[in-house]
Design a protein around this ligand. Structure first.
Ligand code: SF4
Length: 220
């Protein structure tokens, strides 16, 4: 957990009582109530907040329309949080784009004060911010994670297309805490990655497999 409940108790109420927190704006591509489709929390109801802006540039990215933050409206934290909390979802998942391009302290604090668990999915390539209950690090070779995120990684999820990605996965796993969940995820449009991962996990059972179940179920 990055930033503690006690810190929220000390700082949160003061911030929440001011209009400042709720008027902070973020470029928002979309937000919606759905089911977490990937990783450890697969199958759980969650409110997804997809912030726009990404400077990583993975060629196989399936949300390229998120890259340019200027193409998306800037929305106030208060508006996002009303929708998220109003959905009654127990979890908010901040994703992107690369969400750490933005200071996540205001948004995540406002969500926490509404008693939501806050998860993030990030490449870790920009400075860490936010009040976070769960950090999924999905490291990308195109822009490597910063050192500062590794002590807080709850789940390491590496997208695999070929053998080289397995070496990349191990290199990052070696920097994570011992209790980090280690997951390999096949790249959706690269069917050969499934065999690669299955064979690797059988030989290296400290790793598990993450599937994009939302794509099988055809939910967003
Ligand atoms: S980090 Fe994520 S959003 Fe950015 S290019 Fe890579 S896959 Fe796409």
């Amino acid at each position: 957990m990055y930033k503690t409940e006690s810190k929220i108790a000390k700082t949160g109420k003061k911030l929440f009582s001011s209009d400042k927190l709720l008027s902070v704006e973020y470029p928002l591509m979309e937000d919606f109530y759905t089911i977490q489709g990937e990783g450890t929390h697969t199958g759980k109801a969650a409110y997804f907040i997809r912030l726009a802006g990404c400077d990583v540039g993975c060629w196989w990215c399936d949300v390229k329309e998120s890259w340019d933050a200027d193409k998306h409206p800037r929305v106030k934290t208060g508006e996002i949080v009303v929708r998220a909390a109003g959905s009654k979802a127990p979890i908010a998942v901040i994703t992107g784009g690369e969400p750490l391009l933005h200071d996540l302290d205001p948004l995540t604090l406002a969500l926490k004060l509404k008693k939501m668990k806050v998860h993030i999915e990030t490449s870790g390539s920009s400075p860490l911010s936010g009040y976070l209950d769960w950090i999924t690090l999905s490291p990308k070779r195109f822009k490597e994670p910063l050192d500062e995120i590794f002590p807080y990684v709850d789940e390491l999820k590496v997208v695999v297309l070929k053998n080289k990605d397995l070496e990349w996965a191990e290199k990052n796993a070696a920097r994570c805490p011992e209790n980090t969940r280690l997951l390999l995820q096949p790249e959706w449009d690269t069917p050969s990655s499934v065999d690669l991962i299955v064979n690797y996990v059988k030989k290296n059972p400290q790793w598990g497999i993450s599937l994009q179940t939302h794509k099988f179920m055809d939910v967003p």
